[in-house]
Design a protein around this ligand. Structure first.
Ligand SMILES: [Zn+2]
Length: 425
């Protein structure tokens, strides 16, 4: 799979009258995402084109109207009609003209995201922690805050207080953000903005986080499943830029994955789907936190890893992650080396199932597993390759997200940005 802008050109980047579901259309308001309309209204086409234009800009960087027209396979006039409302709304700006070429002609003014546009508040709620950031339209994190709560003991009121205080920490004093995007590490109902269930943090289950936070902050709040938000972050700001189809996978205390297919982040009704950690890989396996038996999560999360490490009497087993396990293996521990290989194979089992089902051909892996670097990535890749049935078109690519990339937060910003395009004429 080629990670460059050429994959954009393979399908028209801007919409005429087809493909109503899109990266951002997948995050539409209640009731609209679960069934695709047969035809698409002029208003919806405008919105879709604005989202795709943003995606195109994030893919290729600052570009002139003529360059955008060429990439999108539409006329410069069409590009003009799409970018103008976004310039008027302060989302895009025209930069200083470039020098004209030796062939002369009018110098082009590149279009780019406005660094002075209204920022976005991005939030990531995990089983016992919350992180918030103020993100500029260009994808730069301007300020950051974090806090902890107990997902098993804290009351819902105190959890809301903790999350709201964390957000208030990053709110700018002098400007009103576009909105708040929240990535939730658990099952969500995106229509209602509620958290449905978090196995690791039962106190979060049933929490009306979206409405409560919105009332408290006086800002619109968009909420979605963490791996789905992460996939949006990958697509707009990360290693998925310019890639039309891929899977974004999270492996850590839990496992989740979401798919970008033909530029669209997949989303089931009311935000369902992506719960791949609870696909069964062993009918006779251990009982999972969800109550079923033999889920993928029973053989490839921290809980499994730490139990296996304790059984092998490895030092620091209770808080071990892939990075620590690699260090033990490299220091000469045969048991650690064996466990590292098992961990890679157990992660690969689920990836193989995803590849056999949807053939995304590119897997971007996130979570603390990336701390174990190239050695671990290669082990996972090897196990995936030996596990998939031969087929034409070659092997899928397995890559690790950059450890410094924060796709949960950047994706949460993308969630708000794509919703805000609804407000434009
Ligand atoms: Zn399960």
């Amino acid at each position: 799979m080629t990670v460059d802008a050429s994959s954009i050109a393979s399908s028209p980047a801007l919409a005429g009258s087809t493909e109503p579901m899109d990266t951002a259309a997948a995050y539409r308001a209640p009731g609209r995402a679960s069934s695709s309309p047969r035809l698409i209204s002029q208003t919806a086409t405008g919105r879709l084109n604005r989202v795709r234009l943003l995606q195109l800009l994030y893919d290729v960087g600052p570009a002139s109207r003529a360059e955008l027209a060429r990439l999108a396979e539409v006329t410069k006039t069409t590009i003009g009609s799409i970018v103008q409302p976004m310039i008027d709304a302060g989302i895009l700006v025209e930069r200083e003209p470039r020098q004209s070429s030796v062939f002369g002609g009018k110098p082009a003014r590149p279009i780019w995201l406005s660094p002075l546009g209204r920022p976005i508040v991005a939030v990531h709620v995990g089983p016992g922690s919350v992180r918030a950031a103020l993100v500029s339209l260009t994808g730069t994190i301007r300020s950051h805050s974090s806090a902890r709560f107990s997902g098993t003991r804290s009351s819902q009121r105190s959890i809301i207080d903790t999350i709201a205080a964390c957000v208030e920490d990053v709110l700018p004093g002098n400007e009103k953000p576009l909105g708040v995007g929240v990535a939730v590490g658990g099952m969500v109902d995106t229509d209602r903005g509620h958290i449905v269930a978090v196995n690791l943090a039962p106190r979060l289950s049933g929490l009306a986080l979206g409405p409560l936070l919105s009332r408290r902050l006086g800002l619109p709040v968009q909420l979605d499943l963490h791996p789905r938000v992460q996939a949006l972050g990958d697509r707009w700001f990360g290693l998925g830029r310019g890639v039309s189809s891929f899977a974004s996978v999270y492996c850590g205390e839990a496992i989740g994955a979401e798919f970008v297919i033909d530029g669209t982040v997949h989303r089931g009704a009311s935000g369902a789907g992506g719960e791949v950690g609870h696909t069964v890989v062993d009918l006779g396996g251990a009982v999972c936190r969800c109550g079923r038996r033999g889920c993928w999560e029973t053989i490839a999360t921290h809980t499994w890893l730490r139990q296996a490490a304790a059984a092998a009497q490895l030092p620091g087993a209770r808080s071990l992650t892939a990075g620590g396990l690699l260090a033990l293996a490299e220091a000469g521990s045969k048991d650690a080396d064996e466990l590292l290989n098992r961990y890679a194979r157990n992660i690969a089992v689920g990836l193989v199932n995803l590849q056999q089902t949807l053939a995304p051909d590119l897997f971007i892996l996130h979570g603390d597993i990336v701390q174990a670097g190239e050695v671990f990535r290669a082990l996972i890749e090897q196990a995936v390759y030996s596990g998939i049935a031969p087929r034409p078109g070659g092997e899928p690519e397995i890559i690790f997200a950059k450890p410094e990339d924060d796709m949960a937060l950047l994706g949460a910003a993308g969630l708000v940005l794509s919703e805000s395009l609804d407000q434009l004429a």
